[in-house]
Write a protein that binds this ligand. Structure first.
Ligand SMILES: [Zn+2]
Length: 155
């Protein structure tokens, strides 16, 4: 490959607009406006913009936007199944979900918070991590736990 001093567009983030309720999105490059995924791309001189996958592939050298999209698609499918997984009710009435990840036992517990609402605790092995804040519903607490786990375990 010839050396080029030309500065390039680089991908910085992909957003699945279905998860944010903002679908469909518009490509700021070509105007295509039926996008489920938008790719935020950045250029050192030209700033940033959000584009669809064709434009992202054309503008960002060596970037495979389709692969990133399919990863997010799988994550979304997994997230929608999360609430219907094998949740149990513990003796003190908390919702719990236990599963294995790479030999480590992970347990998610949703409990009633002291002054209303719900709290959530994720235990990995012997370490417990309390999600910050309170949640209005148990579903909200469970989905927040999913998002934290997806980030930590690179789902
Ligand atoms: Zn475009």
């Amino acid at each position: 490959m010839p050396i080029s001093l030309q500065r390039r567009w680089r991908p910085s983030k992909v957003i699945d607009l279905r998860t944010t309720g903002q679908e469909p999105g518009t490509c700021q490059k070509c105007g295509r406006h039926d996008l489920r995924f938008v790719h935020l791309i950045e250029h050192p001189d030209d700033g940033s913009m959000q584009v669809g996958c064709e434009c992202a592939a054309r503008l960002c050298y060596g970037y495979d936007p389709k692969a990133t999209e399919s990863k997010l698609r799988n994550l979304w499918a997994r997230r929608s199944r999360w609430l219907t997984r094998n949740w149990n009710t513990s003796r003190n009435g908390n919702d719990t979900l236990t599963f294995k990840h790479q030999g480590e036992t992970i347990r998610v517990t949703v409990y009633r918070a002291k002054f209303g609402g719900f709290g959530c605790c994720v235990t990995v092995g012997r370490e417990s991590f309390f999600l910050p804040g309170k949640f209005a519903t148990t579903d909200e607490a469970k989905l927040t736990a999913f998002d934290r786990l997806a980030e930590a375990l690179e789902w």
